[in-house]
Write a protein that binds this ligand. Structure first.
Ligand code: NAD
Length: 249
């Protein structure tokens, strides 16, 4: 199935975990992909894709918390591919600590990537969609913690809750322009973020999911592709939990 033939998809944080799985799924379904990440691993991944289908993948090094760099991400994408159709604002970092354990600098670091990074990515996406005169689709990466809190983590749920509300505001503001904006809300997923947890901590995380396991990055990617596709043509402003039941307990 080539649902995304000739579509141009930008994925921030596309060099690892959920972002990389999503890049792989978009590419497999015919899209041209932009791996937007501050890790240089993105260059090798783009080269691998270009071997299979030439000039179909681009790596752009970006720190999503920096306005000029995110602006440049869109400028360079349009220079290379001519347009943008789909944006997955996925880059994010993990966080630990109660409010008394974290400093303002810790808070700012999490907010800078997990909320400001999504704000900047969405802002330049909307500007590009309006300028090119063909509406695109935005999917933001929230979390189960966009919907429910978790004791011992302070800034992360605050940022991810903000992603949910930003999504709904943009969906309302740009619905008439044909731009759809949605959020996926993963439960705990087997990615490098989780790999750093010890086995006891991992077991505790598993027990929070009624399905009795963590998710796979590909299971989130599939949800992102659904929201980006024509099958979701009447869906905007929603948050799609993909969490093995985490938020339904
Ligand atoms: P990951 O660490 O495997 O990948 C994150 C990628 O983002 C990395 O390639 C990293 O280089 C990049 N990145 C980090 N900060 C960046 C920045 N400032 N600018 C550009 N790129 C940056 O993590 P993941 O688990 O795939 O997480 C992806 C998203 O999914 C995040 O938003 C995360 O909060 C969310 N999420 C993850 C889980 C989980 O359990 N893994 C659960 C819920 C939500």
């Amino acid at each position: 199935m080539k649902r995304f033939k000739d579509k141009v998809a930008i994925v921030t944080g596309g060099a690892s975990g959920i972002g990389l799985a999503t890049i792989r799924e978009f590419f497999a379904e015919g899209a041209k992909v932009v791996i937007a990440d501050f890790s240089d691993k993105g260059a090798d991944i783009a080269a691998e894709f270009n071997q299979e289908r030439s000039e179909s993948a681009l790596f752009i090094k970006v720190d999503v918390s920096q306005e000029e760099q995110v602006k440049n991400l869109f400028v360079e994408t349009v220079k290379f591919f001519g347009k943008v159709d789909i944006v997955f604002a996925n880059a994010g970092i993990a966080d630990q600590g109660r409010i008394t354990d974290i400093s303002l600098a810790d808070w700012d670091r999490i907010m800078g990537v997990n909320l400001t990074g999504v704000f900047l990515t969405d802002k330049f996406a909307v500007e590009q969609f309006l300028a090119q005169g063909s509406p695109g689709v935005i999917i933001n990466c929230g979390s189960a913690h966009s919907l429910v809190a978790k004791t011992g983590i302070t800034a992360y749920p605050a940022a991810k809750g903000g992603v949910k509300m930003l999504t709904q505001t943009l969906a309302n503001d740009y619905a008439k322009d044909g731009i759809r904006v949605n959020t996926v809300a993963p439960g705990y997923i087997e990615t490098p973020i989780i790999a750093r947890a010890n086995s006891e901590a991992k077991e505790r995380l598993v027990s929070l999911h009624p399905m009795g396991r963590l998710g796979e990055p590909r299971e989130i990617a599939r949800g992102v592709l659904f929201l980006a596709s024509e099958d979701a043509s009447f869906i905007t402003g929603t948050i799609l939990p993909i969490d093995g039941g985490y938020t339904s307990v």
